[in-house]
Ligand binder design. Structure first.
Ligand SMILES: *[C@@H]1O[C@H](CO)[C@@H](O)[C@H](O)[C@H]1NC(C)=O
Ligand SMILES: *[C@@H]1O[C@H](CO)[C@@H](O)[C@H](O)[C@H]1NC(C)=O
Ligand SMILES: [Zn+2]
Ligand SMILES: [Zn+2]
Length: 353
């Protein structure tokens, strides 16, 4: 046990594109003045993890320690760290670095910095690889660590660091938060279920739009959606034309954009949050004949993430999770591949080797 002292780390790594994870030991850098050493307690599993582990984007480097929805406790801080101390509950999301000097960085939009450093499958300027949250410790620059409010449990908070901020940031930025407005949420996966929860927390009238009738009961009874719209029913879709002010589109596979745009009212806004691998069809009339807009957004800044976490603590917005121990990582990845999860796997890293 003497090797688990926070410098010598035990993680779970993909060694190749097979998608399986094996135990992997490595050493963290010494705590620099701006560093925060974190004992990882929970890490969510995002769809992106699965794609990266399997090299679906063609840029995977192995060994890969994935995981970018991390919560844990501070165990050591560098000399210049003022905002965190030993024992604090903290989180780490998709990024662990950026240039801090470019225009996006200076305006608190470091997620759009062209020199951003990903939490894993990336490298620091000195060439050292970045390793993520499927491990018992991480060391991260204080600028990329967020505080988890005391009344937010660390397990249900973990997926807020990617799935949550992916929804919260565009809702705030594009002003999709006016109480009483009607919001459609397309797709009910990890991001979609957070979209329903945030939309409800902002006081919107929420309709889940889905191809599977089996999701109706869950959407209403468990997640608190006001209505359900079956998108395969031509009749129901026709009846819903021009009935939404906002649509959050979380579907990561090809889908008929024009059909969904027709559901928007005049001045309605649709934001795409899923990265669809092939181009979507768009007839410009869908936008013009209704002064509608379509936009995209990518995660959120550290500033927005802190703001979101406080909002979640105040409004009790948390993720619906299935907690697993690290020895179930392989089978959980396979289940995630079939979307067989309600709605996020979170790995309990304290149950590590
Ligand atoms: C917060 O939400 C969770 C899950 O939705 C629920 O179990 C819990 O009772 C809520 N807590 C409060 C204080 O409302
Ligand atoms: C996953 O499967 C690989 C290959 O069969 C095995 O070496 C590894 O220990 C498994 N990992 C876990 C977490 O069970
Ligand atoms: Zn993610
Ligand atoms: Zn920058």
């Amino acid at each position: 046990m003497g090797n688990l002292d926070g410098r010598h780390v035990s993680g779970w790594a993909a060694l190749d594109g097979s998608g399986t994870l094996s135990p992997f030991q490595y050493t963290l850098r010494e705590t620099a003045p701006n560093d925060v050493l974190i004992k990882v307690l929970f890490c969510g599993i995002c769809h992106t993890d699965l794609h990266q582990l399997r090299n679906d984007y063609g840029a995977s480097k192995y060994p890969m320690v994935a995981g970018h929805e991390v919560t844990g406790v501070v165990t050591e801080v560098g000399k210049k760290v003022k905002d965190f101390k030993e024992g604090d509950n903290v989180g780490v999301g998709c990024l662990v670095g950026s240039c801090q000097g470019c225009s996006p960085c200076k305006q608190d939009m470091e997620q759009y910095c062209s020199k951003r450093i990903w939490t894993y499958n990336d490298a620091y300027p000195d060439g050292r690889p970045t390793y993520g949250g499927f491990a018992n410790f991480m060391i991260v620059d204080q600028s990329f660590v967020v505080r988890i409010p005391d009344n937010l449990p660390l397990d249900v908070a973990a997926p807020l660091l990617c799935a949550g901020i992916t929804v919260y940031s565009p809702m705030k930025h594009f002003e999709m938060t006016e109480s009483g407005k009607r919001c459609g949420v397309i797709g009910l996966g990890g991001v979609g279920h957070m979209a329903v929860k945030f939309a409800k927390a902002f006081g919107l009238h929420v309709t889940v739009i889905s191809t599977s009738p089996s999701k109706e009961e869950e959407a209403k009874e468990v997640l608190g959606a006001d209505e359900f719209l079956l998108s395969t029913s031509e009749e129901k879709m026709q009846a819903a034309v021009q009935s939404f002010d906002y649509i959050l589109d979380t579907v990561p596979s090809p889908h008929p954009l024009d059909l969904y745009l027709s559901l928007l009212n005049i001045n309605g806004k649709l934001v795409v949050l899923g990265a669809v691998p092939s181009p979507l069809h768009l007839a410009t009339a869908s936008l013009i004949l209704g002064r509608r807009s379509i936009a995209g957004s990518f995660i959120g800044s550290i500033k927005e993430t802190n703001e979101m976490l406080n909002f979640c603590a105040e409004k009790n917005v948390t993720c619906l999770i299935e907690t697993i121990t690290p020895d179930h990582l392989n089978e959980s990845m396979q289940r995630l591949d079939k979307n067989d999860v309600r709605y996020r796997f979170v790995v309990d890293m304290s149950k590590s080797i």
